[in-house]
Design a protein around this ligand. Sequence first.
Ligand SMILES: [Zn+2]
Length: 370
Amino acid sequence: MIYGCLRPNQINSVLRMERESFEQMCNKAGVDIRKQEAFMLEVLKDAIRTHPNDETNSNILKCGDYFQALRLLAYSNKQNDIRVITNIWDKLPINRKYWERTIGNLKKMGYEIEETPYDSLMAIPHYCLFDSEFNAFVRRSVMLDNVPLLCIYELLTNMTYELLNFIVPVIFRLLPSGKCTFSPESFVAEKASTNNFMNNCGQYFEGLFGYRSADMFLTDVDLVTSNPNPNVMLYYLTLINAGAHFFVLSHEYGHLLMGHLDLSQCPQIEHDADQFAYRVLSDGFRNINDNLKMMLHLGAAFLLILLCIFEKKQGGRVSETHPPSIIRLILFHEVFANKEYKEVVAAFVRLILAAVNPTLKFNWNFEVVI
Ligand SMILES: [Zn+2]
């Protein structure tokens, strides 16, 4: 059930790849594998503890095995994302020939799939890698039984939530009506320079840039007790986080469905995949209210900001295959973001940077300016 349409040998392959990558990471960092596994399970549970009503989340909270918990989470995200994508299937720029060929391969490999887009997409295995990469990919060179795989690095799965956890209460302000608005930039800048905030923020980025071991415990800012109206903040946090993940997965499905695996990598196909993701983000949520939709857009911007920071830390190397994230962020804002969200997205980007730049400058001597 938790593996979707995967066949038993594929499930084993996916689990083996995940464990191997995890063990490699532990060996490289010189930490105890079991201790680290327990730590990672706690990190994952912490991130979802606030939503125990969701069936997947309550199952994850009962998990004693980290990799099983990871699978449950991946499967649940995958189901949601694929549902949104397939709801607007006919409106998307899908390379039908490429996709039919992929389905043909799936069948040759023994999948008994109905030819609905939902079932065929569910048959694409997801797996998780543990290198110090804040990224996701589908590649022609990484196949399982002739079927493409979608890889998401663990850092990306868990670290978006952790930053939002202490940034959201600073960049948003609660109004007497119970709704939230952005905090003034001067307030964010002031908060961002306090010891407490910089400690949290510094630890967070150390984890993002390097490696989180069980000995390096992130200070947990508890939204539930530190905020006068935790539910609204949590709601914002969850939606922005969901938007970030949704953007990543839709981008990868964009590569897959537009037939990019048949092309060589270049910046243009990255922009096309971004555009695919924005299309899904704008059209796939027609029936939800604007505020919610806007939060998902902020999630996409948030993910791109994190990519900008990660890239800059790596020395801002120029990639031949990927456009600089800062260009992707600017394009998102200027071309793709829904007109009515433009100002909100711009304000959000300014506030996030106002919050993280003092810490980045103090510890790593760089800042991201857009
Ligand atoms: Zn891409």
